[in-house]
Design a protein around this ligand. Sequence first.
Ligand code: UT7
Length: 331
Amino acid sequence: MRKPEPTVELISTGRFLPDCVVTNDDLAKRVDTSDEWIRTRTGIRERRVAPDDMTAAFMGAEAAKVAMQRAGVEPGEVDIVILSTATPDRWLPSTACDAQALLGCTNAFAFDVMAACTGFLYALTVAEGYLMAGRAEVVLVIASEKMSSITNWEDRTTCVLFGDGAGATVLRKANGAGRGILSSVMRSDGNLADLLNRPGGGAAEPMSQAILESGRHLIQMQGREIFKHAVRSMAEACDIALKRAGLTVDDVDLLVPHQANIRIIEATAKYAGLPLDKVFVNVDRYGNMSSASVPVGLDEAQEQGLIGPGSNILTVAFGAGLTWGAMALRW
Ligand code: UT7
């Protein structure tokens, strides 16, 4: 099979993590849990939590500033700001518009993508479409998540899992040097929406005192069901993305998966046929940062020298929707 040429290039990456570290022992003081349970069931040791007055737009803009500075891109050169978040700062306007204002990207248009943990990968494919259609030259893709703001801190089955953070990347059309997006596969199944959701507080169940008291505006999840779907879907998406890129697992230098649970990551790698030393992990330090997990992972993997020019990278994610997807990249 003829190998596809990369479409668009991820020129640079950046990340932002709030300073405040919350350990498993800290959580064990709030709910009936233990460091041992959280570590063995999820692989998480600690997570970052943003202060109340730190917005998702701010975290995203900070990550974007790093990516833009590394790419040598000025704010006025950005044509589109696409921001993935499951935790918009407010219902109107989009968090992307707030991030645009913070960044001074005055020549851009800005909008949010809502695809939960898969949002960064979805946003990359949207950016790819604009760039390939010739509608933009520089696109900023940001994923920023303040999961602590939608976490039910009294529910031990979910509050131990999530963390706050942001990642970003600057994209341009590939210039023929072989770097960029090689293939992608994006999927969703809305029939499974109730497995992971925030039922109250939207248009279907407008916010009320009763919703606030019941906690229906916060994350609810059927963890065990999600686990099964996550492994099967991510492994399948990895296979398809590799086939579309004309690659085999042996060609992959690093898998950068969504960081929800170390057991999900290990099982996905096993099904995909990848040894664990080719799998990037930071769930121990940050927990599940929803769509920010993959860009923060890419940024750290580069900083740690795990990927460099010419590396073949497979990324894969899974989340509420249900949504899932995978992408093969040449760095
Ligand atoms: O970003 C994508 C979306 N989310 C995910 O990918 C999450 C996917 N699911 C998971 O990661 C796992 O299902 C969890 C980590 C959420 C839970 O692990 P599990 O091994 O599936 O545990 P479980 O839900 O089957 O619960 C086992 C036991 C239960 O007690 P009983 O009924 O056996 O007595 C729970 O009540 O563990 C209990 N439990 C806890 N115990 C201590 C649940 N949460 C806790 C906790 N501390 N934090």
